[in-house]
Design a protein around this ligand. Sequence first.
Ligand code: ATP
Length: 855
Amino acid sequence: MNIKLVAAKLHTDLETGLTREERQRRLRAGANILEREKTNVALVFLSQFADTMVLMLLAATLVSAVLGEFADALTIMIIVILNSVLGFIQEFKAERSLEALRELAAPMAQVLCFGEVKLLPAAELVPGDIVFIKAGDRVPADLQIFDTVNLEIDESPFTGESLPVAKDEDSDKPYAYMGCLVTRGRSKGVVVATGMNTEMGKIAHMLGKAEQQPTPLQRRLSRLGNTLVVICTVICLVVAAAGVLRGEPLYKMFMAGVSLAVAAIPEGLPAVVTLCLTFGLQRMLRRNAIARKLPAVETLGCATVICSDKTGTLTENRMTAERVYADGKVFSLTGEELKQNGAWEQELTWLLTLAAVCNGAVLQEEGKGTTVIGDPTDGALLMAAAKAGLARGRLLQRYQLLKEHPFESRRKMMSVVVRDVETNVGYSFVKGAPEVLLSRCSSVRGQRAETERICGQWAKEAYRLLAVAWKECKFAPANQQQAESDLVLSGIIALKDPPRPQVPEAIRRCLQAGIKPIMITGDHRETAMAIAERIGLPVGPGGVVTGQELEAMSDRELEEKVSLFSVCARVYPRHKMRIVQALKRRGHVVAMTGDGVNDAPAVKEADIGIAMGISGTEVTKEAASLVLADDNFATIVAAVEEGRVIYNNIRRFIRFLLTCNTGEVFTMFFAILLGFPLPLRAIQILWVNLVTDGLPALALSLEPGGEGIMEQPPRPREESIMARGMGTDIFTTGLFIGVLTLAVFAYSLAGGQPLMYGQTMALATLISIQLIFSLDCRKNEDGKTSGIRSNLWLAGALLVSYGLLLLVLYVPALRMVFGTVALSLRDWGIVIVFSLLPLLAQSFLRRVRAKRVRR
Ligand code: ATP
């Protein structure tokens, strides 16, 4: 159907789009989203009970209820439910924050609203909207396309055909379908269908729910968990059987065995890890890094190389055109001098006209000033032209656009073919990287050698350079090649793009943390070198390597040399891929940034793919595991730091949880072996579990980073979570805790005191030891820790947990239920002294170890 007819049918204007009221009205009819299955809250809750041990415990409770032990049965029920609620909250919170993250990374669309180009969330599109799509975008809704420029779309989601198809408004099907990828060119389109009414919507039910894959760490942990389940089950069976043999009632021993299993098996571990990762995600978010995939958070901490684009990541991407070289003269474009110059030389006016017409950006007047929509390089040129009174809008009335070849990183230039309506002459206007353009110029005003000298000199001053050229031609030159050859050079423009102020410090921290930063840029060698110097990036023994040199190297050679350089200039997107692969083969864990559509493969190949939130294309964002909300290099370094913090925290609470559980198991195990009565009753074991495993473990995952975290080299990726002696430490400390608890139990009974008193002492000691031991888990490997004020969560968790212990000791009703007695001050003295012992032992051992290392 003719595009005008479509517009008329949808009551929209191709030049201005829908009116505000009309958009609002249509938006109410439904958002442009594909409905996916939501997480079912009830299911998440019920899944907490779907654990064999918990089910066995509930069965045992039922039995004891039948046998008349109502109070016991009820309490166990309540504790199990409380535990499940805790697990549920953790899982739900994790799920929620992941969902919120997904929404944060939601795509945007360029829309024509009441005559202005606006950036809106794609979810707010309505039928009749006029949208702009360009290479790298996902088509945001079903569109009927018009005003296409070299448009190519990958329709593989529908056709399975992986080669992109060229499309224009005269095609058979002049549509761009939601979810397809624009691989080249650009176009406008009228939205004809949104949300579930799109072609994609019709097959959306096949997409199902977006599942989060478990991270490698989670997978390893669940394997560890399985092993522990087996070990614990065996021990619990032994404990129960030994008890029965000694004449304890069967159901009581069964209950004790199962309770011990429930308490000791860390079934919640993967969930706590997820929660810890999502807490980390939120902290990263506060520092402007959006992690799209959980595994990335883990890998971040192991990064050994960060490959970064220059423009926009290391620099501000706020460009200004400062100088022009044209017709053998140098002009300054900065404010004051401009005014003094007064008259604009003809050559300069012509050059700025070319630059403004051969341009892909749009200037938008807003309250405070002018903003650029589109490429900042192009924007800077528009600004410079506007200063000289050359508004693109007016220029286009004279130079009618006939054909456009947009900028592509691999060509490093852009061109347009226009018709001068006043003289009826056809022109080709071209701009691009000076070396590339100079080689296509047959005539250079001023001298070629002088032009090259100026380019070299300006590049050394860190300017980004652009050559502008033109030629007369037929209205429709046969192809792009023709439009971009045999040109006349008009001049050179120097653009300034200062380094971001936070970057030098970030580079310093990288180097200190044993991470190698590499700058990869499409810009000139000298420009790259000058910027590297300004941000304190050591160029490396290999010097600056250029795309051309990379091209000449074989994969083998590249692999050998890749460690030698840290600045790559005049690089094409395909080189990024080779650099990543070479680095990976050398055993590096590589983080790689990208923005353009051609960067997506390299970003995907990297261990940590990073996309730009502001200037990046949708495809790169989708391929990336990390998106920088502020496009800033310093944010990558912050994310790496958070990655390390998160990993350390996971180790902290694993150490805490497993040590405590081992302690509980040993307490029971030894008691049975030595022929003691049971030191803890079933409900008491469950209470210990509730009091210690929940809040303190969670609080440990909120531990701040500590000073030294970026002073250590990256950890090896394959390192086990139990590495650096943690497994042995867990075993020995657990053993120690078991022995101490049992010692208190035995001592309390020695004076002929009732069993209840001994059990209460054991309960208080076991809980107290664990709570105090959580303070040791805060410490870094070197034994250093910041004051408790830096983790008030843990302080709070300890208070609440001690409160819970006091509750069962001093509330008479609970005392009845839990079979405890009130402890005296003297008793507490014993409990506290014993609780401090593991902490002191750890400090002592650390000192001994440090001494040995020093020797
Ligand atoms: P990075 O990879 O660090 O982002 P970059 O943005 O400088 O580097 P490209 O975008 O490939 O890399 O640009 C390479 C060269 O192409 C620039 O040095 C400039 O000369 C030229 N160039 C950049 N943008 C345009 C544009 N919009 N039109 C014409 N030429 C351009």
